[in-house]
Design a protein around this ligand. Sequence first.
Ligand code: PMP
Length: 424
Amino acid sequence: AARVIPGGVNSTARAQWAGWTPYPLFVTGGTGAWLQDVDGNRYVDYLLGLGPMILGHRPPAVTDAVVEFIRNRGTVFALPTEEEAVLAEKIIAAVPSVEQVRLCNTGTEAVLYATRLARAFTRRSKIVRFEGMYHGFSDAVYWSKHPRIDEAGPDHRPRPVAQGPGLPKGVEDNLIILPWNDAEALAEVLATRGDEIAAVLMEPVMCNTGCILPQAGYLEAVRDMTGRHGVVLIFDEVITGFRLGLGGAQGRFGILPDLSVFAKGLGGGFPVAALGGRREIMALVADGTVSMAGTYTANGIAVAAANAALDELSGAGVYDRLDEVSDRLRGGLGRIFEQAGLPAFVVGLGPLMQVWFSREPIANYRDAVRNADQALFRVWWENMLARGVLFHPGAYENLFVSTAHGLDEVELTLQAARESAADL
Ligand code: PMP
């Protein structure tokens, strides 16, 4: 395969972490919480395609809705459909801060549009973002978490995603990169350069350096400060959206950003993203100040999938059950580490979590770089894989629980964890 696909095989993850599994894991398919490989091995899947498979693999309601739509209606029209407006209404009903919605295809695009709107709205150019967060692969926010965190520079700053002679000039000048969970650092920048800053862009829960929760009062402080300085607060809820609840992280924490970005869970596995927020900012699209485009935007597959996924997620008790199964997993893993005397703990909220191998608490990217033991994580991860449990191979990534995971899968996972811990 490497002969025809440079850098790896058939997925963004693989391209980034070529050689990330100890043996080539060629997937043939998945059902619910399970994946199967070409050798017939089965794995309880907590990678979930990097998050989109929030309803598990091949969720019947989503599959049926898509098949029905493309068979009977079509795919790409470049004209409005009623279903697009219905989807927008569902998103608005679900997410507290969202008054209007535009669809697009990927999280990367949605972030690009959100920052474009913020710049047009404020007539300022700079974007504040945070060490260790990831907002897509566009050059506009190109300072990313580095795929290999240990290769971050000596000052712990992530390297740019885009590198080499093609790197656009001037992009870095428009970015201010701060440590997260540090209200003072943000206060200082806003006090000195607030009138240059268009937006503060953040994941409300840090998901792209493992899973790190906001410290008590931090999101409130950010909301308060950005409001006072006329800075647009953008929550990148690509991972947290429709996962920490139908209202995402903002619903869970009760903090209302000005703009929000969604993808992954929104489509139940199909590529669709959205951005939404305050009407007066979104109005810049309607009056033509800010342009958005995309041949495949709001295509029939994307809209049918998202409508069906949101209907499934709106079912009675869905998130209670997701939390219950996730809490069982999180609590069980934590107890196993404690009993085994391992320097490891589990952090997370609802169906979003991360196993940290560290003796110190981890509040931001710098803590992760300093304290997390990647080598030990790797041994643990391989032990789990060998026992039929697939987590994200990155020591600084998330594991996801889907609505298809039940207590049976959790029990199997905890049994594998007991054995894996004993083997460390
Ligand atoms: N924002 C966040 C928080 C993400 O985790 C990701 C993808 N992992 C993106 C944006 C980019 O989304 P996409 O891969 O759909 O472009």
